[in-house]
Write a protein that binds this ligand. Structure first.
Ligand code: FE2
Ligand code: FE2
Length: 319
């Protein structure tokens, strides 16, 4: 379990702020205050968990690859994701968190990745849609950290991660362009986008007006707010979907110079059918948070897959 932040991070809030104002990066615990450390652990855990769980999620869908070389491309994406997860967990280890517990012993319900990954990807089409939508979300979030982040070791590592994420989303886009040329392929892409698009909108979290954890912006963990990141993602995805003639519930509103969501949002989701119950109108974020906290259908299964090897072999670190 995490060692006490008070003991590990010696600086006061003012000293951290002063360092950041001077344009210096935070290089380790010696440059952190307890609040900075706590916030950095939180955002790194979400990031590493997201990378890690994408591996079993993509592996499940990769089994439907149309040919062996396509399976190979999917495998190389999965290897990238495991390496991205490793970067995050290794940094958390440096920040005093017990990595074995975090990766291999933590209960599935305590993982912090976006709810979208708890909904199963059941086909090759759904995998490439995930590359175009989910990897785009990852790219938006991580490029923001890469640009404005204040924790040096993470910021530098993201140079490589960013390039690999570009490959993942290009993989998705190339496949989608090909699939929509056939009527059946296009219908299947539309069906997948219908549930995945809104799940990715949710990914960016609570609207700015309801957001907690203000240290994320204050300390330069992030440059853009949740709503701004959601806009950045739509600016990348909506025009691409228009090019494919795939319908999405969002459009650019020139008058306000921003993307508008055209369906009730947030909304109720039937996770068994993978359908949005839009007729029931918008719901409150408290209901969304309840769904997220309960986790979705694949949570235990994916975490079990990731932890099985550790639990059945003798790779544990000696005490
Ligand atoms: Fe990744
Ligand atoms: Fe990725």
């Amino acid at each position: 379990m995490a060692t006490d932040v008070e003991e590990l991070a010696p600086l006061t809030e003012e000293q951290v702020r002063e360092r950041l104002r001077a344009g210096k990066l935070v290089e380790g615990l010696e440059h952190m205050s307890p609040k900075y450390l706590e916030g950095m652990r939180r955002i790194l855990t979400v990031s590493a968990d997201t990378e890690l769980v994408s591996a079993p999620a993509y592996l499940r869908a990769a089994q439907h690859a149309p040919a062996l070389n396509n399976f190979g491309s999917a495998m190389s994406i999965i290897q990238d994701e495991l390496a991205h997860a490793h970067i995050g967990y290794r940094l958390l280890g440096d920040l005093g968190v017990d990595m074995d517990w975090l990766i291999y012993e933590r209960p599935a319900s305590q993982f912090k990745y976006p709810y979208a990954f708890d909904v199963p990807l059941n086909s090759w089409v759904e995998l490439v849609c995930a590359n175009a939508l989910y990897d785009q979300a990852g790219f938006v979030l991580l490029s923001d950290v890469h640009k404005v982040g204040t924790f040096g070791p993470w910021k530098r590592a993201l140079a490589k991660v960013d390039k690999e994420e570009t490959f993942h989303l290009r993989h998705g886009r190339t496949w989608l362009r090909k699939l929509v040329k056939e009527p059946d392929g296009k219908a299947e892409v539309q069906r997948a986008v219908d549930w995945m698009f809104i799940l990715t909108l949710e990914w960016f979290g609570l609207p700015d007006s309801q957001k907690k954890h203000s240290e994320q912006l204050e300390y330069g963990f992030k440059g853009q707010s949740n709503d701004e990141l959601r806009q950045t993602w739509m600016a990348a995805v909506v025009p691409f979907m228009e090019e494919l003639e795939i319908e999405v519930p969002a459009h650019f509103e020139a008058e306000h110079d921003r993307y508008e969501i055209d369906c009730p949002f947030p909304a109720r989701f039937d996770e068994e059918k993978r359908e949005w119950l839009l007729d029931e109108g918008p719901i409150g974020w408290d209901e969304v948070l309840t769904r997220w906290r309960a986790r979705g259908p694949m949570n235990r299964d994916y975490v079990r897959t990731l932890q099985r090897g550790y639990q059945t072999t003798s790779l544990r670190r000696a005490a």
